[in-house]
Design a binder for this molecule. Structure first.
Ligand SMILES: Cc1ncc(COP(=O)(O)O)c(C=O)c1O
Length: 537
């Protein structure tokens, strides 16, 4: 809520300054001290002598100082020159969230990225939920199917067809293939009607478009914590909607409860916010867990009782690797609620293609589909991407093999991280999905507070050389939890990361009485081979 206040302040000063100017000019004019309402204030002592003029000058000076202090280019004097207009309040406000530790860690990584050969002392990126584990499978398929990348169909060029203006409803061949793939990810327990799919430039765009469809400026979404830090940007920044956190706790593995939902709903009402929806991420980012069916049933009951919507971001649906498997909210919601349950999906995680910008909204609500389709023209999926993916996802043998192998590899990598951490005495929440672990690092903190968490985070980034995401950036209420990603690097790099952490933990000692540990020099510890370096890129 800090931003609206800042905006209000900015707006106030832009209104006050001209008013103040006009008041002062009027006073000066009637006092006879100023030869006209447009006199300059540049040389007051010389041109406007007398007690009243001096008072006017002081007021004007004060107003100028206030104006400068607010950093606005507001002129207090109508000197006839056009004044430079400030940027929009949206451009100037800071609710984008770019200054959160989640994004700051990325910036640090960009400044000093780890490379096993060129920069072995650099920072290892463990704050990015990317899936690089199955690129070889995609590359093999591309080699075997040159038409997809060559913009051909049956050997004949489709270049001209793809280069022309595309309809924002998306290519039928791609939507059919995506609908089937989404169904396959859910074990064919849900059938997706391609007519209810709206294509978007990634889940980022899908989530924002849904907020625009469901909420007005100042309306609220309830979101269980900890949640994906990007939501502060995606859901709030341009829409003006608010997020009210549903506080979940470690005592029950951060599962959402009816009591926590009711509490968040009451808090929203106290703040005079109209609650429009509950938004969940299933499987959860950052927990790496799937929502149990019973929790989904409870959520469905809750939204039905309150007459609100339920949005389920299922971007990690294809990453579930262990029991209890992934259950989509669409399996649970009955027909009577079908026009208030909306699913967000993307190929950024399951296929590891965030650069392709392919996302989707799935909704049985005709109003939402129609409005979101119109909005999608601000972020369409390019036609050559749709062409390529229509062939890829249309290859059923490939998708079956890919899903099985990809989840096997995710599990293997998750086990490597969880076992490595356990050996150091650091525990994780037991996970069964996602590209990260939710790790409890309290034992390495000097104080059990958010200050202690930030202090540890800085040490881990700058001294240990690992960019991980502090729980506070995910709005976790308990200090000491961190999200640690494992699927955007090779197994060897993950080993390097674990060795760094082990040395740090050993230096920190068994309890919370850690003195400032030595600065580690990683460069000489390991010299990975060229194969590892290749995998890194
Ligand atoms: C829960 C969740 N939703 C949405 C996104 C954004 O995904 P995309 O790259 O498809 O925009 C992410 C990315 O990390 C995510 O974790």
């Amino acid at each position: 809520m800090a931003d609206p206040a800042t905006l209000g302040g900015t707006r106030t000063i832009s209104y006050i300054a001209p008013l103040l100017t006009s008041l002062l000019s009027t006073l000066a004019f009637w006092s006879g001290a100023v030869p006209g309402a447009s006199g300059s204030i540049s040389n007051p002592a010389a041109s406007h002598p007398g007690p009243y003029t001096a008072y006017t000058w002081k007021l004007e000076l004060l107003a100028r100082v206030v104006s400068r202090w607010k950093g606005k280019m507001v002129s207090l004097v109508a000197d006839g020159k056009p004044q430079p207009q400030p940027l929009s309040t949206k451009a100037a406000c800071n609710s984008h969230g770019q200054d959160s530790s989640y994004f700051l860690g990325w910036e640090e990584y960009e400044r000093n990225p780890y490379d096993p050969v060129a920069n072995p002392g650099g920072i290892i990126q463990m704050g990015l939920a990317e899936n690089q584990l199955s690129f070889d499978l995609l590359e093999e398929w591309l080699e075997a199917n040159p038409d997809a990348l060559g913009l051909r169909r049956g050997g004949a060029s489709v270049f001209r067809e793809l280069a022309l203006f595309q309809d924002y409803h998306g290519m039928p061949a791609f939507k059919n293939a995506l609908a089937r793939f989404m169904s396959e990810q859910r074990g064919f327990m849900v059938a997706f009607d391609p007519r209810n799919i709206v294509l978007t430039a990634g889940a980022t765009s899908a989530n924002e478009a849904l907020v625009f469809c469901l909420a007005d400026h100042g309306d609220a979404f309830l979101i269980p914590t900890p949640y994906y830090p990007g939501f502060d940007r995606d859901l709030k920044w341009r829409t003006g909607a608010e997020i009210v956190p549903v506080h979940c706790i470690s005592a029950n593995g951060f599962r959402v409860t009816r009591a926590a939902l009711e509490d968040a709903f009451r808090r929203a009402q106290k703040q005079r916010l109209r609650v429009k929806a509950v938004l969940i991420t299933n499987p959860s980012n950052p927990l790496g867990t799937t929502s149990p069916r019973a929790d989904l049933e409870m959520l469905v009951d809750f939204v039905a009782a309150k007459g609100i919507h339920l949005v389920s971001d299922e971007i990690y649906s294809g990453t579930a690797f262990a029991e209890p498997g992934f259950v989509s909210v669409l399996e649970v919601a009955g027909a009577e609620l079908s026009d208030r349950v909306h699913v967000v999906y993307s190929l950024s995680k399951d296929l590891g293609l965030p650069g392709f910008r392919v996302g989707a909204i799935y909704s049985a609500n005709a109003g939402v589909v129609s409005a979101a389709t119109k909005m999608s023209s601000f972020g369409l999926v390019s036609s050559q991407t749709q062409h390529l993916l229509a062939s890829l996802l249309g290859d059923r043998d490939f998708t079956r093999r890919y899903i099985a192998e990809n989840t096997r590899r995710i599990k293997e990598r998750r086990d490597q991280l969880a076992e490595g951490l356990a050996a150091i005495g650091i525990e994780c929440l037991e996970s069964n999905a996602g590209l990260f672990c939710w790790v409890n690092m309290r034992r390495l903190m000097r104080s059990r507070s958010f200050e202690g968490e930030m202090e540890l985070w800085k040490k881990v980034v700058f001294e240990v050389g690992l960019n991980i995401s502090p729980g506070s950036s995910c709005h976790c209420r308990e200090p000491g939890w961190f999200r640690v990603c494992f699927a955007n690097m090779s197994a060897k790099t993950l080993d390097v990361a674990l060795q760094r952490l082990a040395a740090f933990a050993a230096a920190a000692g068994p309890a919370r009485t850690m003195s400032c540990p030595i600065r580690f020099s990683w460069a000489n510890r390991l010299t990975p081979g060229a194969a590892d370096r290749k995998a890194e890129r």
